[in-house]
Design a protein around this ligand. Structure first.
Ligand SMILES: Cc1cc2nc3c(=O)[nH]c(=O)nc-3n(C[C@H](O)[C@H](O)[C@H](O)COP(=O)(O)OP(=O)(O)OC[C@H]3O[C@@H](n4cnc5c(N)ncnc54)[C@H](O)[C@@H]3O)c2cc1C
Length: 456
């Protein structure tokens, strides 16, 4: 890259005040990594506060032929926000206003830097609900959620981020501003560019405003923690539990993950090798009826279970689930954290394959995740500094994905492809299918300025 940085910086200062442009080593480091823990240094980090500034920065990037990488909170698991070819990282942390919460038409208009749980809190204050609930909600941004089409714990009943995006304002790589979708419930006018942009991982356009659908706040919750003596016993009950009535959340934790959490949190579940955490929300009558049926279901099958009696106990259950990632890092510093998805009837086969492959490559594996969606995080643990172990873990990951494809599943349910799964994507799609995706990228970004080196 042969860029006249002095000239570029002079021009950037005409768009942004100097305190919102950084070339300092410390800041370049802070914006060099995400949840993958890989590092790629940007040359410049900028912090726009409005759309006009974003347009100006994007036009300059095009003029100087320098890559531009949008960044939310940097919690991505596939490396989407990493500036793999250097260039400008455009951080949205200062574009974090909730512009409108419309209580008549049930939508919110937000800037991309709003933290997911902040939006949850604000809409709940007025009796509304934004269901998408990634486990990273306390630090991920809505812009990052939209760009990754984030899923989360409540997707079983309520769907994923895409199901709530009504309209977008987007700055294209040449600086053109476009608007997709509308604030109406129905809209089939033209191609659905909103759905194309959601999940495009910051490679097609830079999202500067998002209109999100809201629904009335469910008023009642019931939560169960069921314990099993094998992970297979737990996972094979998932389809039957779903046929009682859709819960809002149905999470699986295997014995290995549970042991990690036990030593991390100081809790104790002796003899338990599989856990299902199940929650339902809705109106009181409906949810209490569902809870009664689930209780009978467990009792008939002699399943050991706890039912949360209050908010404090519920919080204890969820703390177990939310602590898995941190607990696993105490065992090994790195993991290939897959987010494969299979049909729910294939879940038992999925986890059996994950253990078989781990044994074959003599590698540790932890399985947990959104069983109700068929979306399991298969984690092959390793230490990146041990090249042999890293290679075995990667081979295990590849074989796992091959098995998933054989089952008619998909390589990614929510984390996206980024740089981590480029090779795995090729196992799922043909050359022709990938070429069609590349043509879409070229139609939006012919000069490959925006987030280059991702997905393909
Ligand atoms: C502990 C933990 C738990 C997690 N749990 C879940 C989970 O349950 N479900 C789930 O889906 N994910 C989960 N994730 C992954 C991650 O939090 C999500 O992918 C999240 O959506 C990323 O948001 P972010 O703001 O951190 O985005 P970043 O990591 O900053 O960026 C992600 C991608 O979005 C692009 N992007 C960001 N902002 C914009 C914008 N304004 N315009 C265009 N592109 C943009 C970036 O270029 C990048 O490609 C988890 C991560 C962690 C660390």
């Amino acid at each position: 890259m042969n860029v006249d940085f002095e000239s570029l910086l002079r021009n950037l200062r005409n768009i942004l005040p100097p305190e919102r442009i950084s070339t300092r080593q410390a800041e370049r480091y802070l914006y060099s990594y995400d949840a993958t823990a890989l590092e790629f240094y940007p040359d410049i980090v900028v912090f726009p506060t409005n759309r006009e500034e974003v347009v100006g920065i994007v036009k300059l990037a095009g003029k100087y032929g320098i890559p531009i990488v949008p960044r939310g909170a940097g919690s991505g698991m596939s490396g989407g926000a990493l500036p793999v070819e250097g260039g400008i990282v455009l951080s949205f942390e200062k574009m974090n206003r909730i512009k409108e919460i419309n209580t008549i038409n049930h939508y919110a208009v937000v800037e991309p830097g709003v933290i997911t749980s902040v939006l949850h809190r604000e809409v709940e204050k007025v009796g509304l609900f934004y269901p998408p609930d990634p486990a990273s909600r306390n630090f991920s941004s809505i812009g990052g959620n939209v760009a990754e089409n984030a899923g989360g714990l409540r997707a079983v009943k309520y769907g994923v981020t895409r199901d709530y995006v009504m309209a977008l304002e987007v700055v294209l790589p040449d600086g053109t501003v476009i608007h997709t979708g509308s604030k109406t419930i129905k809209d089939v006018a033209g191609y659905d560019l909103t759905r194309l942009l959601v999940g495009s991982e910051g490679t097609l356009g830079i999202i500067t405003e998002i209109t999100l659908k809201l629904i009335p706040l469910p008023r009642w919750k019931e939560t169960f923690l069921a314990q099993f003596s094998t992970p297979e016993d737990a996972i094979s009950l998932v389809p039957e539990i779903l046929s009682i009535g859709l819960p809002s959340t149905l999470e699986f934790i295997d014995g290995f993950s549970l042991r990690a959490v036990e030593s991390y949190l100081g809790v104790n579940f002796p003899g338990t090798e599989g856990v299902l955490l199940i929650e339902n929300m809705g109106n009181r009558g409906e949810v209490e009826h569902w809870a009664g049926e689930l209780k009978n279901f467990f009792e008939k099958r002699n399943v050991k279970f706890l039912r949360a009696e209050n908010e404090e106990q519920r919080e204890k259950f969820w703390k177990i689930r939310r602590s898995i990632s941190a607990s696993l890092s105490k065992i090994k510093p790195n993991r290939f954290n897959e987010d494969v998805v299979v049909k729910r009837s294939d879940l038992k086969r999925l986890i059996a394959e994950s253990y078989r492959i781990a044994k074959k490559h003599n590698i540790l594996v932890a399985d947990f995740g959104h069983a109700g969606d068929g979306n399991i995080h298969v984690n092959y643990l390793h230490d990146r500094k041990d090249e042999n172990e890293r290679r075995r873990a990667w081979r295990a990951t590849e074989e796992m994905v091959e098995e998933v494809i054989k089952m008619g599943g998909t390589v990614s349910g929510e984390h996206g492809i980024g740089i981590m799964k480029k090779e795995l994507l090729r196992k799922q799609f043909t050359e022709e299918e990938i070429e069609l995706m590349k043509k879409i990228k070229r139609a939006f970004d012919p000069d490959n300025i925006l987030n280059p080196g991702k997905i393909f």
